[in-house]
Design a protein around this ligand. Sequence first.
Ligand code: GCV
Length: 847
Amino acid sequence: MLLLAAAAACAQDSAPSDPALGAGDPAWLAYNAVQPAAVFGAESSVPDTIVALGQDLLEQSAARELALGWRGMLAHVPRVADGATAAPGNRQNLVVLGTQAEVRAWRPALVNGPSLGPDSYRLRRAANILLVEGGDARGVLYGAFALLRQIAQQHSLQALDIGSAPWAAVRWTNEWDNPNGTIERGYAGPSIFFADGHVRADLSRAAAYARLLASVGIDGCAINNVNADPRLLLPENLKQIARIADAFRPYGVRLSLSIDMSSPKAIGGLSSFDPLDPQVAAWWQAKFDQVYRDIPDFGGVVIKADSEGQPGPSQYGRSPADAANVIARALAPHGGLVLYRGFVYNHHLDWHDMKADRARAGYDNFHKYDGKFDSNVIVQIKYGPIDFQVREPVSPLFAALPGTNEAIELQIAQEYTGQQRHLVYLAPMWKISLDTDMRASLGAPPLPVSELIAGKSVDGQRHSLGGFVGVANVGAEGWLGNPLALANLYSFGRLAWNPRLSAAAIADEWTRLTFGNDPTVRAIVDRLQMNSWHIYESYTGPLGLGTLTDIIGIHFGPDPESAERNGWGQWLRADRQGVGMDRTVATGTGFIGQYPAPLAAQYESLQTCPDNLLLFMHHVPYTYRLHDGKTLIQYIYDTHYWGAQAAAAQVPAWESLRGKVPDAAYAEVLKRLQFQAGHAIVWRDALTRWFARMSGIPDDLHRVGNDPYRMVAPAMKLDGYTTVDVTPWETASDGKAVVCTGRAECSLSFTWEKPDGWYDIAVQYFDFRNGASQYTLQVAGRAIGSWAADAALPDNRINGNTSTRYTVQNVALHRGDTVRLLARPDGREPAPVDYIELTPSAAVEPQ
Ligand code: GCV
């Protein structure tokens, strides 16, 4: 990796901006046209003047934003005036923006409510004035965006009076960007901040991102990977990073950095980074004094230490509190925060030890230090005790730190939930974590996680701090790549502002802001979003098993075996008899005992443990009956078949929106839903095969391993193709595929022996990240489909990460026809093929 060299960075400063990046996709700030009369009573009542009472940068942004919204939604170009030119008493319809103090100074009679706190706002109609009043300048900006949200949803403003305050002080995103421009677990192209070891010359996308964040009340962004490069703290690099802070500032987003605890040694020339060494403390102090000289509104730091190879205080026998506090004391004079991650665990666990349990790590590593963290330290806790799986119980650590500030860490980037190639709206999952009642004190009122992170402690103490962190990992390609995935970024912000909002209400808000108010569009998009998590969970890892993906690699395709027999501790403990981790207090790892007593009792008992967490908490036989009476193994089979079917049904639902949503978004989403429908079949087949072999119990409905419409490639007539074993075996038919190596072109073929009719023909092949093999499908010598394997799926091996399909619908087949696939490999991609499936077409009668 290159250093962020000052000289090179200066040269970049003067470089022309990168036109390919532009300012980015407007996302939900589309400002689609609405009917002005529905909002303002009559077209003539649309305010034509925006009065900005303050000169603050944020208030100027608010005025600019309203003008943009007016133009887009109301087809009005408003005049923007200041308080002096818009004299009180005139009869025009005005929108007036200002802090409460500014409004009072301008027209004292207008201020009639309680005083507003930081970041808060009130929207009100007072005669001919629409008033956007903020507790401070940031509140004015948030109020302006809130007003625009009202208009975009075509809500009447006739009797407007809405006050709103943020639920918690900390509302940050984390971006895992590396200085070389890559993003760890990023699925939407390169970094918007860095390229080739430098801060980008053109930061228009960073500014556009800050605008998006501000529009949903997010006020902090840590711009670099938690596996941090210590060199980012070098003086010349801080100067460059300050430019990103400048781009954020008009939208009130404070820049933060992830830091490496070993920095005093790695870049500071000290012989140690022991947090209790006074020289180390002095180094941090000097470093942050320098940071604040360059970035006066610097937000603070995120720290990943003693985790997955990152250096940490354990090296010196020191605690997380020692590490967090040495930094906190350096930041405190400047008002900065330390977000110390609770994601600390040993990834060299002994899998033979039935009492070992990675899920215990957060609690075991932190609860004993409760009360020992300084007041500007917040422990940042992933929602579940493992690692962003498709379903986890909430982390017991939330209830174990009554004397410590806490933030919940949610992951907007879909690392374990389909990497934005699968549709998964995450708000329903996040809501479950936020709403889980930790019931820490028996008989006391409910105590959901959302309250704990807002600073309400289990024993009734209040902390001053807490909040929400979302790992977003946005990139230069449409922020999150998949237009529908933007609902996750949006809902993260909305929940951080108010976790009592429902996932469905937020989804609908997002749809209306993004695609307009057409009831058909709303109904379909909302339904797709709201069903998506359940569908994904059904064909991946149900019953609390974890996602069942390749957990030590790319985290995309199916690979249940990868979880077993290694030190990473995501074990399924599957054997011939049963599956699941026994985490009970009675016979297992004791993890359940980390929860407050009522919750522990619920999870400990098979009667009361919810089925959807069953295998997270218990090891049970495949013949165990779930609450609905179905056996565990049959549930696994059924849910995977149902999930794949439901994923396929998403495609026609979206297709019904052709012409009703913008063409580019339509095409992008369609491509991804079609891929998902095929990949859900890969998941279904791999996992049902794996469980059938493991359990030895067949599917009651005879589906598993019985695919009457498939011709597997090795059984066809091969010309140039050779058969290879596939790892993991369950990701290809019979664990085998064919590859074309050493030839420019290969083919495989067979003769159609079944009745004449119309068929959908799907070719299941493997599309590597590199290479673009060419395929042509022929029937009776006629080409019916030609395509390139250029989807750049995230692997260069034949497995469930790369298995995908190309389908030609409604093909007439006659007995005796030759079906042939011609293929030209490209580079190291040997045009691999698994099978060809020919299923009778649904809609067409045979000729
Ligand atoms: C940034 C998971 C991810 C890692 C990530 C880590 C973390 O293990 O796979 O890429 O590292 O979580 O949250 O620190």
